[in-house]
Design a protein around this ligand. Structure first.
Ligand code: FEO
Length: 388
């Protein structure tokens, strides 16, 4: 437990050993699950923590007061890293009412599989928390449709859950961070994985935060922001404003014997002839952050795989999983690959890409074993036509 202000306490937990968040997000600096307790005439808990840390979390709260004194629990977002301990808290907090958006309360009822006293935190709702005001501000898709911000004007403090947070288990306050470069790298990675699919929502979130001009941002991962709020907001704003480059194409492939690699090279040559800047990625030799960045920043995408076991190889599906069904929707995509027997990889990749909302070229570029000169010529022509 740490005191942030006369009436505001940090009661979150640290998870420094976490290597991946949500299975796929690398967390080299671990993470924290932040929660805050406001003690006025009423007691308010903002967010809970991951279920694995319930006991530690409850001990942190009990350093300040018995849970039976909690009047209000604010759930700004309900992903279980923030709602996982709610059941444990509620079992010791019989007087608490949960505030969350309508989708948040629906989620919570399905997470807890039980009912509990609740109030829908509609946009603009103000609640008197005994000397402090809770002003709820709708901020959907940051990072789920359930998300809201809660502003306490008396403290000039806003609670944002994931928004402006970061998987960084270190100093409690951003003003104390010693290795700022490392922190910013994690901040950027967090944005990339969590928020890049929601650029329009991020722009609205930035507008809300700028409108209230808080002096403290209490997110639910990483340090509390006090010293560099404007910098972090500007960083989010800049990333959300960056549209895909209309002249950038990216070709992603894996290749067992170099045949699909030859196809990738020929397609890229054709795309360059068509006037585009083309990046070619051998997926096996490229880190995931680079691949994810290439997917989001490109306006044309091509995916290539040989066929093995009647399917494409898993690394290509992994890159497809980086495609946002929201932000990347409608981008033209081209599928290609060498095969030896029946060649199902291209059709399977095509179906997956269509399911993600990509505009897949109906002509699947398949070559049996090694592409001959006429195949390479056709691939160059296809690459040029694809981007034209
Ligand atoms: Fe930290 Fe979307 O949960």
């Amino acid at each position: 437990m740490t005191k942030l202000d006369e009436n505001l306490f940090y009661v979150g937990v640290k998870h420094p050993s976490l290597e991946y968040f949500d299975v796929i997000v690398p967390t080299d600096m671990g993470t924290t699950y932040n929660s805050y307790l406001l003690r006025g005439e009423k007691t308010v808990l903002f967010e809970t923590v991951h279920n694995d840390f319930s006991e530690e979390f409850i001990r942190n709260i009990e350093e300040i007061c018995p849970l039976s004194e909690i009047d209000i629990i604010v759930c700004d977002h309900t992903e279980p890293d923030h709602s996982g301990s709610l059941g444990a808290v509620l079992s010791k907090a019989p007087n608490a009412t949960v505030y969350g958006s309508a989708p948040a309360l629906k989620n919570l009822k399905n997470i807890l599989n039980s009912d509990f006293p609740s109030v829908v935190a509609k946009n603009g709702l103000e609640v008197d928390a005994g000397g402090f005001t809770l002003r709820f501000l709708s901020a959907p898709n940051l990072h789920w449709p359930d998300s809201v911000f809660t502003y306490v004007p008396e403290l000039k403090t806003v609670f944002t859950c994931d928004f402006l947070g970061c998987h960084y288990c270190g100093e409690l306050s951003d003003g104390d961070i010693e290795d700022r470069e490392k922190y910013l790298a994690e901040l950027d990675r967090y944005y990339k994985y969590i928020f890049s699919p929601f650029a329009a929502a991020v722009k609205k979130g930035v507008e809300i935060i700028r409108g209230i001009a808080p002096e403290r941002v209490c997110s639910s991962h990483g340090p509390v922001l006090c010293a560099h709020i404007d910098d972090v907001i500007a960083r989010y704003d800049e990333k959300a404003s960056a549209a895909p480059d209309p002249d950038l194409a990216s070709v992603f492939y894996v290749s067992c014997y170099g045949y699909t690699a030859l196809m990738a090279k020929a397609l890229a040559e054709g795309m360059r002839d068509g006037g585009k800047t083309v990046q070619v990625f051998d997926i096996s030799n490229t880190d995931k952050a680079t691949l994810a960045q290439a997917v989001s920043s490109s306006s044309f995408l091509a995916f290539g795989s040989p066929t093995l076991n009647r399917d494409a190889l898993p690394p290509v599906y992994e890159v497809l999983s980086m495609v946002s069904a929201v932000a990347d929707r409608g981008k033209p995509a081209l599928i290609f690959g060498s095969y030896g027997w029946s060649g199902e990889a291209c059709a399977n990749l095509s179906e997956r890409a269509k399911g993600l909302g990509l505009k897949v070229d109906e002509e699947l570029m398949k070559v049996c074993f090694r592409p001959a000169d006429e195949d390479l010529k056709a691939l160059r022509e296809k690459g040029r036509a694809f981007v034209s």
